[in-house]
Ligand binder design. Structure first.
Ligand code: GLY
Length: 380
């Protein structure tokens, strides 16, 4: 399949969760319809927009105008950009501001931003007055294809990422693909790792399409909407079957067990963006799968080749500062993986590949095999 040439009409993806079902509306310019869509969904509602400084500079006025045009009263809560806001202090700030804005049980919180804002605002909505509804307006590629869909909300503890949170589904997701034009190439690429993930974990045809059409996704042609919609459909299907991650949803963590350890080892700093950690993690998961005889070396190389083709890091040695500072050793990385909340009763759980396009959850992976594998990778 080649890339669609023209921007299509808006695409709506249904997240089929019974009486908590919701739409993901995808398209260039759909932010302008935010107010009308909320007014249709919740006549008479009041809203508060939670966003960060950078997103506010680009998109807050447009979001507010759309709400005002639909006659919806709104207030704004602006937080610092980045993980520094996904903390107890950030949650306190947002919660107190929402209470001061008199957001009641029947009102709506609007999360306008990337993954941090979505997780934080969603969690604040989940606990405010024992739960108010919220709308996700994701402004990063990563948030559009992953974090805004599926209802995972939360903040970090000093002891680890996302250790406090709630499953709280949004009532609507508005994914305006034109807002991605203001992202840096590095941010966009980082989100792209999550797009590629859907191909690698469950859809070989989509992966092949990405191999052929990735440049169009980056340039902002209609291929971008197709990629976002295909990713959202894949996630919606998995979430509707396993909302609380008792089984299949764990497949979405492909690349994340290695990736989170690498993020932690680099201090959750600009040395490694989340999606970059996922890209390296996916390649490690593919190579580890090959080592265990589950896929061929050629399949693992195919995954690495595509991610490298879009400019994503694929090796530990690609991490900024690796040559000067190195990285924690294999044992330290293993310890970081053991802290990950995806570990059950001390056993390592990995998402491994049975083919490009077919992942499986593998429990009880022998930690010594992982350590030996990492030692070899660290040695280059
Ligand atoms: N980001 C993985 C999930 O939503 O389950």
């Amino acid at each position: 399949m080649t890339a669609p040439l023209k921007h299509s009409a808006d695409i709506t993806v249904d997240v089929a969760l019974g009486d908590r079902a919701y739409d993901i509306v995808i398209g260039r310019g759909v932010l302008a319809s935010l107010g009308a869509r909320i007014a249709a969904l919740r006549p008479g509602v009041r809203t508060a927009i939670v966003t960060d400084r950078t997103v506010a500079r680009h998109w807050l006025e447009q979001a507010e105008s759309s709400l005002a045009a639909a006659g919806i009263p709104t207030s704004r809560v602006i937080v610092e950009e980045g993980e520094i806001s996904k903390t107890y202090a950030g949650l306190e700030k947002v919660s107190e501001a929402l209470i001061a804005a008199k957001i009641e049980r029947n009102d709506l919180v609007v999360a306008l931003g990337g993954g941090v804002v979505g997780d934080l605002a969603g969690f604040a909505a989940a606990i405010l007055r024992r739960g108010v509804d919220f709308v996700q307006v994701p402004t990063s590629l990563l948030a559009q294809v992953d974090s805004s869909v599926g209802g995972k909300t939360g903040i970090n503890s000093p002891q680890g990422k996302n250790l406090l949170g709630a499953f709280h589904q949004p009532v609507l997701v508005i994914a305006d693909t034109s807002v991605l034009d203001t992202l840096s190439q590095r941010q966009f690429r980082s989100g792209y790792a999550e797009v590629a993930k859907y191909g690698v974990l469950g859809d070989e045809a989509f992966f092949a399409w990405l191999e052929a059409n990735h440049a169009e996704i980056f340039s902002g042609s209609a291929a971008r909407e197709h990629a976002v919609a295909t990713s959202c459909r894949a996630k919606a299907a998995i979430v509707s079957r396993d909302e609380r991650e008792t089984g299949e949803r764990a497949l979405l963590n492909l690349g994340h067990t290695f990736g989170h350890a690498l993020e932690a080892a680099t201090g959750f700093s600009d040395r490694l963006f989340h999606g970059e950690g996922v890209a390296i993690g996916m390649v490690l998961a593919a190579e580890f799968s090959a080592q265990l005889g589950k896929i061929s070396e050629a399949d693992a190389a195919r995954v690495a080749r595509h991610l490298a083709a879009v400019g994503l890091p694929t090796r530990l040695q690609d991490i900024a500062g690796f040559a000067q500072e190195g990285l924690a050793g294999a044992d330290a990385l293993l310890a970081l993986m053991a802290q990950d909340k995806k570990v059950k009763r001390g056993k390592l759980t990995f998402i491994l590949l049975e083919a490009v396009g077919r992942a499986a959850v593998v429990n009880d992976v022998d930690p010594t095999l992982v350590r030996d594998f990492l030692q070899r990778k660290l040695a280059g």
